[in-house]
Ligand binder design. Structure first.
Ligand code: GTP
Length: 370
């Protein structure tokens, strides 16, 4: 069976992490995020995968071999201009020959795709949307169903008195190729505001499939951190690469850890890392390959990507550090800070909660104080 994964978006809410990398290529526990989607597709015998790229398309090329290793065939098609979610699929219509799956490239889920496909066939649907429940329905587009699973309407960010369901579109669809006849070619067109409302208006068989499976879109820094936490905590089942040296502490080859360092699970530490004396790392925390963590550093609930160097006595709490970052001594990085690739922070800085700093920049020593 074929699947189209939509990976062409700019990922603006995840900037500065997405300045150098499209959202689906950001690492999640030291593997490209998109690998989790491909692994799920493969588990359900879907192995003919088309990536609809647009933003930084060349970054996806290296996946061809990785996907082959996972047993999947990969075809990349790049848009000249962003065509929106449905426009992107219309653009590759000539490559589709039967019922197919569409997956937003930023969804972490263990959705049972085989059930979804069976349901779609059983209902003789032209389109079936996976739906997931949320706690705050007023922040989303809701998808109420009638008793036979047919979609009644699409309610965009309703007030509480209009809320009749907590089900939202989970960004995963089973489609028949003929629905694409309702999408204009070469124009920006979305599933959510374009194709699905048109199908509803025409009375075409458009179904929703409520699922209680784990579901998260990694679109914001908070959710990107949450994805790491949920896998490390075991709330979302996924393989964590590395040797499990203690319960829920995984490490890569070549790790050097000082005897006086304290590691509190769950933690993943990548290959060739060096953890110095009196370091304290509290999970859920993920550290990429080739990182050095200086003496007395405290890291709590954070994601540190590959090739980072942290100077002594620094503190990092609930934050995300991009690749190749150099942090000086006695630097405090407060909650929800997001630092772009290859930036430098000099000694004695206190980066406040929620700060975002762009790649390749430098904060000179002692510039930002508490
Ligand atoms: P934000 O800018 O933060 O909203 O992120 P985004 O650009 O990824 O947009 P959004 O989260 O709405 O997109 C959902 C999925 O569709 C993501 O995997 C995007 O990569 C993808 N996507 C969004 N727009 C397009 C598009 O115009 N073309 C293609 N090929 N994919 C798209």
């Amino acid at each position: 069976m074929q699947a189209v994964i939509l990976v062409g978006g700019l990922g603006t809410r995840l900037r500065p992490l997405t300045i150098n990398s499209p959202k689906p290529m950001l690492s999640l526990l030291n593997r490209p995020f998109i690998e989790y989607i491909v692994t799920l597709l493969k588990e359900h015998d879907i192995d003919d995968i088309i990536l609809s790229t647009g933003y930084l398309p060349d970054t996806f090329n290296r996946l061809v071999d990785d996907f082959a290793r996972l047993g999947a065939k990969l075809t990349c098609v790049t848009e000249e201009i962003p065509l929106g979610t449905c426009g992107a699929v219309k653009n590759i219509e000539h490559l589709i020959d039967d019922t197919f799956v569409v997956f937003n490239g930023d969804i972490l889920t263990n959705l049972n795709l085989s059930f979804l496909i069976d349901y779609h066939r059983h209902k003789q649907a032209l389109a079936t949307l996976a739906l997931t429940s949320v706690d705050d329905p007023t922040s989303y587009g809701l998808v109420p169903l009638n008793s036979n699973g047919h979609i009644k309407e699409f309610l965009e960010k309703p007030n509480w008195d209009e809320v009749t369901t907590d089900l939202i579109n989970a960004g995963t669809y089973i489609l028949e190729p003929e629905v694409l006849q309702y999408a204009p070619a070469g124009e920006n067109f979305s599933f959510e505001r374009g194709l699905f409302p048109i199908m509803l208006e025409k009375g075409l068989p458009l179904y929703g499939f409520p699922s209680g499976a784990y579901w998260l879109d990694i679109g914001s820094p908070e959710k990107y951190l949450r994805a790491h936490y949920d896998i490390l905590d075991g709330k979302m089942q996924a393989i964590v690469e590395g040797e499990e040296i203690k319960p829920r502490i995984w490490v890569g080859a070549g790790l050097e850890v000082a005897d006086s360092a304290n590691l509190f699970a769950p933690i993943l530490i990548g290959k060739n890392c060096k953890i110095s004396d009196n370091v304290s790392i509290t999970g859920p925390t993920s550290i990429g390959d080739n990182c050095t963590i200086g003496e007395g550093v405290r890291i709590d609930g954070s994601v540190i990507m590959e090739d980072c160097h942290l100077g002594g006595s620094s503190v990092i709490r609930n934050s995300v550090l991009g690749r190749g970052i150099k942090i000086g001594r006695k630097v405090h990085i407060e909650e929800n800070a997001v630092l772009g690739d290859n930036m430098k922070v000099g000694d004695d800085n206190w980066l406040k909660k929620g700060i975002r700093i762009w790649p390749e920049t430098e904060v000179l020593p002692g510039t930002i104080r508490f």
